[in-house]
Every structure is written in C-alpha cells, then in structure tokens.
Ligand binder design. Structure first.
Ligand SMILES: CC(C)(COP(=O)(O)OP(=O)(O)OC[C@H]1O[C@@H](n2cnc3c(N)ncnc32)[C@H](O)[C@@H]1OP(=O)(O)O)[C@@H](O)C(=O)NCCC(=O)NCCS
Length: 179
C-alpha cells in the first residue's frame, strides 16, 4: 500500500519511489510534455531530478509530489511545492508546479492536485504565499494557475533561461493565504 501525503478524489500525491523512474524517463523524453523547457531530459537527468525531489521531501516533508491516479495505481507525473532560490524579486519562496504525462492531460488532474497542494501549503505548512512561474506561451500552465485562484502579478526574465530567448519571459502568479 503506497503512502500518500495528500489524496484527492482521484489522485494520490506522495514521495517518489524507485518504480517512478522508468515512466518519468519516458515522460521526460516526450517533446510535447517538454515543449516549454530548454531540452528533453536524458536518463541521468531524470534520475537526478527524482533524487532532488526525494531529498527535498526528506528535508521539508513536501516536494513536487509524484502523482498516482488512484483508479489504476499508476504514476502520471508530478504536482507539488518546492523551495525556489533563483535570483528574482519573487524568491526565495515556495512555488507550485506540475508536469503530467500526455495520456493524463485534459481530465482536470493538474487542477485537482494543485488545489490540494495550495490548501496544504496554507493550512499545514503555514505559508503566507505561494508562487507559480511559467513561460508566457504556456497557456495550459497559466490556465491551471487561474483555475486554482492564483493571480497574475508580473512577467520577468527567468535567470535560468537567459540562453533561451523564446522561453525566458516568464509569468509570475501568486496566491496569498488570505485571498
Ligand atoms: C500544464 C498541464 C500540467 C495541465 O494539465 P491538465 O491535467 O491537462 O490540466 P487540467 O485538465 O487541470 O486543465 C486545466 C485547464 O487548462 C486548460 N488547458 C490545459 N492545457 C491547455 C492548453 N495547452 N491550451 C489551452 N488550455 C489548456 C484545460 O482546458 C483546463 O481548462 P477547462 O477546465 O476550463 O477546460 C499539462 O498540460 C502538462 O503537463 N504540460 C507539460 C508540462 C508543463 O508545461 N508544465 C508546466 C511548466 S510551468
């Protein structure tokens, strides 16, 4: 029985398991999933990503959680919260982020999982605000931000994306615990 940190009607959110590696490698090689990122991830980069999430979970009790669809028990991607410390007016802070495999898109899963993460951020982690960042053209991601009640505050050049002119302009959305 897998242990979930958060559960929604259709999804379980948890720390990453060794069994997530193979599906995550596959998803990180999908050009549609990775459309708004500088590059596809190779096997080592996917492994490294998972290890960083496990470390973050151990440190703080949360991370970009691995997400299972409860009906099938299958891993479908990640949605969660993560400390960010890149240089900007909006960091250090905790952000909310998501990346799902294509077969899971369009079913409201990102919105459902993200809502529970935001509630958790305010009620359990006692955060005052949560941020979200996405490249300006990533309409899907921006729509999730809006659907979970976040508000647009700015567009800035992401320091990690300086070498990618088509990606570096990023939207900043935020939600305050009192909103
Ligand atoms: C962004 C992403 C997580 C959305 O996942 P999802 O489970 O399909 O999202 P939802 O089903 O909760 O949809 C939320 C809303 O966004 C809309 N939406 C999703 N993708 C869209 C797109 N490409 N264009 C326009 N609207 C889109 C949906 O129609 C839905 O709105 P509706 O309920 O009014 O119809 C998914 O597309 C993804 O993994 N993308 C690749 C990774 C990525 O870019 N991550 C974000 C980096 S900042």
């Amino acid at each position: 029985m897998k242990q979930y940190t958060l559960a929604t009607p259709r999804l379980g959110l948890r720390n990453w398991l060794p069994s997530d590696l193979a599906p995550f490698i596959k998803m990180s090689r999908d050009v549609d999933v990775m459309q708004f990122f500088p590059k596809l991830l190779d096997e080592l980069e996917s492994k490294d990503f998972i290890e960083r999430m496990q470390f973050h979970f151990k440190e703080y009790g949360f991370c970009y959680f691995a997400v299972d669809e409860l009906a099938t028990g299958k891993f479908i991607g990640f949605v969660g919260l993560k400390h960010q410390d890149f240089k900007s007016n909006y960091t250090p802070s905790v952000d909310i982020g998501w990346r799902l495999m294509k077969s899971a898109w369009g079913k409201g899963f990102a919105t459902e999982a993200a809502k529970s993460c935001l509630d958790y951020a305010f009620s359990e982690l006692k955060l005052n605000e949560v941020y979200s960042f996405a490249t300006v053209n990533n309409i899907g991601s921006e729509t999730v931000m809006k659907k979970i009640g976040m508000n647009y505050i700015d567009t800035f050049n992401h320091p990690y994306l300086n070498d990618y002119p088509e990606l570096k302009a990023c939207l900043v959305y935020t939600k305050n615990k009192h909103e």
